[in-house]
Design a protein around this ligand. Structure first.
Ligand code: ADP
Ligand code: MG
Length: 349
């Protein structure tokens, strides 16, 4: 995990807006050839030459998307970048630049914003993207962070959600459900802590799950892997809201149905053990839990041999005609309609 605790508390008002921006951004370097001008002018200037530019943005709000009780600011900065890079990956494009906008209340000292930016800088370094601008403003209460990511791709490489066709295979990278269960573990520990602040959480049995929740990664490697295998997915989406929700997006936009097989779902052993402890069904978690940031895509049957032995990929089902609908086929061989029970920020619980 990302450690760095700074006990000092410097008031942001001492620096002023421009002093703060300068302080936060002075160490960002430019790594991408496509960045002609980064931070420091009225706008950034980019040159993608013969490539297409891919753009995506996300807004994260304290109390809605994150809880600072168990989300360290450095992790939050890292995650805010990663979730955007994941969307660029889902287009089969290469992430190249980000902008970062923040609104902060006076409850946060300079050291807190430095922690946030340490996470942003770590992610920018890890994924080789340039921080080319942003905006800084104050907020009445909570913290808001909005990241915009840019990427590039040849037009012929770009993969949309709408290209899946009947008989194709449904494939997922990595494993599913762990980030959701990591959140359940952290929320349980928070409740224990509220009752007894002296309690020391023992999280050894949940390290993978918590890492998946607090430090998710974008699958920038998948584009390279697929390219090397000479596979271009026919459709693709990243798994942010949960597998069933994302499958339904692919099916709807491609006008197809699908069969998803319970026995094929890639689930980490730690997830299975923790689900038993929490008395939750691991399949439900794998299908409905969000924030895995893995990629879900479809490929032609002819590409099956290229991925069947690859540990990065699991074939979890196949595409059908639209009229057949989207179903989960359980281990007991019953057919259950897939529902979008994914995480939804606008849904009241
Ligand atoms: P303007 O008044 O034109 O909005 P600013 O003074 O807000 O300009 O920003 C100055 C420069 O610093 C710009 O390049 C802007 O993109 C960048 N910037 C401002 N805030 C941030 C931030 N939080 N993170 C990264 N870059 C920032
Ligand atoms: Mg500004």
């Amino acid at each position: 995990m990302l450690e760095n605790k700074n006990p000092q508390r410097t008031s942001i008002s001492q620096l002023g807006e421009f002093g703060l921006i300068d302080h936060l951004t002075k160490n960002f370097e430019i790594r991408q050839d496509s960045t002609l001008k980064g931070i420091g002018d009225d706008a950034a200037v980019l040159d993608f030459k013969d490539k297409k530019a891919i753009v995506t943005t996300d807004l994260l709000i304290e109390g809605i998307h994150f809880d600072l009780a168990f989300m360290p600011l450095k992790h939050l900065g890292y995650k805010a970048v990663v979730v955007n890079l994941s969307d660029i990956c889902a287009m089969n494009a290469k992430p190249t630049q980000i902008t970062v906008s923040i609104a902060i209340s006076n409850r946060f000292p300079l050291e807190a914003v430095e922690e946030l930016y340490a996470g942003i800088a770590l992610a920018a370094n890890q994924y080789n993207v340039d921080v080319i601008g942003g905006d800084t403003t104050s907020s009445q209460t909570g913290l808001l962070i909005s990241v915009t990511a840019l990427g590039q791709a040849d037009e012929s490489e770009i993969v949309y959600r709408n290209g899946a066709r009947p008989n194709e295979l449904l494939v997922v990278s990595g494993d599913l459900g762990s980030a959701y269960m990591g959140l359940q573990v952290l929320e349980r520990e928070k409740q224990v802590f509220l009752v007894n602040p002296q309690s020391q959480p023992d999280l050894d049995n949940y390290t993978y799950l918590i890492e998946r929740q607090l430090k998710p990664e974008a699958r920038t490697d998948i584009r390279t892997l697929l390219h090397a295998l000479e596979i271009k997915p026919t459709s693709m989406i990243d798994i942010s809201d949960g597998l069933s929700s994302e499958i339904l997006h692919l099916c709807k936009q491609s006008n197809v149905g699908c069969n998803l097989f319970e026995e094929k779902l890639p689930i980490d052993p730690q997830l299975i053990n923790t689900c038993e402890e929490f008395n939750i069904d691991a399949t439900t978690v794998a299908i409905n839990g969000g924030e895995d940031y893995e990629l879900l895509f479809t490929i032609g049957l002819g590409d099956f041999d290229k991925i069947k032995a690859n540990p990065n990929f699991t074939v979890i089902g196949h595409i059908t005609e639209e009229k057949e609908g989207a179903h989960l086929i359980t281990r007991a061989d019953t057919k259950i309609p897939l529902k979008a029970r994914g995480w939804n920020a606008l849904e009241s619980e």
